[in-house]
Ligand binder design. Structure first.
Ligand code: COI
Length: 360
């Protein structure tokens, strides 16, 4: 290894204060975090330190112009207690694609990988084991120049913190097809995991929630006709035995869960199509009784069954979750990989390396 990650441990763990029987998503943070700084044209000062606040300059560029990107990933424990990652390298690749789009420096994939292993090994006791729970990992990068001219920053911070989480959507979700606001247009930043994409989604999501929906279903920016994704996940539909999901046209997030589902379905010989899907097609399938399932797919959500979708004047009601085959099968497949009981046909499960004696 041509780099070093220094480790400063917390003096007293906060673990005894955590109620693992009550883990809302995203509110509990583990003891340590990984931090790196970019200056003088390179990433440096790799360190694992106690999870804590850090000072930020009021003019830090990320706060003004949104040069900020992130990832969401999970670690779990096998039933015999071994910490596991799920396709960690894909997140290293994707954060660098987001970095490219947002004119930020790429982060070395070998450092990313080593940082994940060391960080999760150090905080392995924070990995919850209840079904549906996991240790959520949040790698992110932001522009840190103290400057208010509009230009790419010369300095950045890269951080990974973690926290135990329960399910993101504990029950099936109701979606509203959005026909006023858009999430992403051709040529925009829709396929990057950029902070601003989520910022822009909040008002439409709030308005949808006021009408009793959980999330918006985004449509294309040209005609409000083709389905893109839901707020925090990619979307799948099962129509007459075929699984369909919007293709990666540049406006939707290239979800790693989405990609895993497509590979699992193909492996089982279940027909799956990545292609444009219009709301007319969904309405038609609903009317002729061939709309069998819909679900969202994402790291946080895993599988979020969709119970209803409001499309214009029509409330599309999906069959009850109990009778569904595809969504529950995919959920069980991912959960089986996460707890080590499933067969890892694709080599997606990566055991967290034990700490070397130097790091203990
Ligand atoms: C994830 O699925 O991990 C995401 O990043 C969605 C998130 C905004 C909760």
């Amino acid at each position: 290894m041509s780099f070093e990650i220094s480790v400063k441990r917390i003096s007293q763990s906060r673990l005894p204060d955590v109620d693992f029987n009550n883990l809302p998503f995203g509110r509990t943070f583990s003891d340590h975090m990984f931090v790196a700084d970019y200056y003088d044209g390179k990433w440096q000062d790799y360190r694992i330190v106690p999870f804590e606040h850090f000072p930020i300059h009021p003019a830090a560029m990320a706060l003004h112009y949104g040069q900020a990107i992130f990832e969401g990933m999970k670690a779990s424990k096998s039933l015999d207690g071994k910490p596991l990652f799920f396709r960690p390298e894909q997140h290293g690749i994707r954060i660098n694609r987001s970095a490219h789009r947002m004119c930020m420096p790429s982060f070395p994939e070998d450092v990313f990988e080593e940082a994940l292993h060391q960080l999760v090994a150090i905080d392995a006791n924070w990995i919850p084991t209840d079904p549906g729970s996991a240790l959520y990992l949040r790698p992110y990068m932001f522009a840190n120049d103290e400057f208010i001219g509009v230009k790419p920053s010369n300095t950045y911070k890269f951080i990974i913190f973690t926290g135990p989480v329960g399910p993101y959507y504990p029950k099936p979700v109701r979606l509203l097809a959005e026909t006023k606001y858009i999430r992403a247009a051709d040529g925009g930043t829709g396929e990057a995991k950029a902070a601003g994409n989520y910022g822009g989604s909040l008002l439409p999501a709030k308005l949808a929630q006021e009408k009793g929906f959980d999330q918006v279903m985004w449509l294309d920016a040209n005609e409000f006709k083709y389905i893109q994704e839901a707020g925090t996940m990619n979307l799948f539909f099962v129509i007459d035995g075929t699984v369909v999901t919007p293709d990666l046209s540049g406006t939707i997030l290239p979800g790693i869960t989405r990609d895993s589902f497509i590979k699992v379905l193909k492996g089982k010989g279940i027909p799956v199509e990545e292609r444009p899907i219009s709301t007319d097609e969904i309405l038609q399938a609903f009317k002729n009784g061939t709309l069998e399932e819909s679900f969202g797919a994402g790291t946080a959500a895993v599988v979020a069954h969709v119970s209803e979708i409001q499309i214009g004047d029509t409330l599309v009601t999906l069959p009850p979750v109990e009778g569904r085959k595809i969504g529950p099968m995919l959920k069980a497949t991912i959960e089986g990989l996460r707890d080590g009981t499933g067969t890892d046909e694709f080599g997606w499960v990566i055991p967290v390396r034990e700490l070397s004696t130097a790091t203990i």
